[in-house]
Design a protein around this ligand. Sequence first.
Ligand code: GDP
Ligand code: MN
Length: 396
Amino acid sequence: MNLHEYQGKEILNSFGVEIQRGYVAQTPKEAVEVAKKLTEETGTSWYVIKAQVHAGGRGKGGGVKLAKGIDHVEEVAGQIIGMDLVTPQTSAAGKHVNQVLVAEDVYYPGESETSEIYMSVLLNRATGKNMIMYSTEGGMDIETVAEKTPHLIFTEEVDPAVGFMPFQARRVAFNLGLEGKAFKEMTKFVTALYTAYDKSDSSLFEINPVLKTSDNRIIAVDAKVTIDDNSLFRHKDYEAMRDIREENATEVEARAKGLSYVNLDGNVGCMVNGAGLAMATMDLIKQAGGEPANFLDVGGTADAERVEAAFKLILKDPKVKAILVNIFGGIVRCDRVAQGIVDAYKNIGTINVPIIVRLQGTNADIAKELIDKSGLNVHSVIQFQEAADKVQEVLA
Ligand code: GDP
Ligand code: MN
């Protein structure tokens, strides 16, 4: 589950990570109210107004703007709220901005230069350990840094048995070229950040930039936080932060029905029982010259009701040119599933795309007969390869 910047910062702050302070606002008038409150608390007289959408690169798209004084807040907030923000990470249509974060300006002049640092915490799947990735080249696309100047990216892996150690925090601060107060602040910052990542059951933190202010404080200016969905049952407070306006409508509906669905870009819809088989099926589709339109695991109990719900979800995607159903009848009986497919088809009415059904396992032969006799636009096969051939045939 992805969070908005302001929510991510709230979580960081609850673990003692220093952040650029601010309040969220839904209207330009409310932006002025919270800006006043912010000034009472921090003394700031300049504000940065930031679009709250689930996409990065907001600055480049005009979604982050400075208001140099309370008199400008309403106007600047008015420019951002309601806009369809296009960034390198959104579609061409952009993302509608419902709310802004009004934050204190932290790029004020002082005894030293401000500098922007990149920092993320994530799981390194190759080593099975969490790691902190960081760079002096903050504020830029980390992909560009990785491509052009990979030697400026550092990593620090965390041994799960001992946790993040003080010497590691010092190494981070050293590699970032910090000294004196900023060095000390960084060791505190990165330690608190790792604790926050660990305790919040997150799967990604990306803080770009972490700012060294002109008075040598270290603070999180941005926060991209992804919470591991599988941990949400023990974080009801985080789950309440979900903003479904930012999510794919079909994925939201699938979740409500207990189906595991991820929308993809291709043209072949898939309905499969079991995540492993679903992955293999997607490979098969690619091999046959198609592109999967989705990942969909209907689960162990592929009954008529679930099959119908799954068909309806897949058919919502106008890109779908064929549907491949791949069910292994281990616990479920294939003839039950076949009957479910036939019933679902009739309930939905006309389905204008060919359906290829591969049923293997218990009663596969009876299932094939059931489908073949139904008279519907459904091709039934038993072997994996036949299914691939059929996909190729209907796409041609
Ligand atoms: P992103 O573009 O979606 O990654 O949004 P960020 O939160 O990273 O903000 C984009 C850029 O806005 C930052 O890299 C900064 O250069 C700038 N910015 C953010 N906060 C402030 C601030 O308090 N003052 C000034 N002057 N610029 C800021
Ligand atoms: Mn950023």
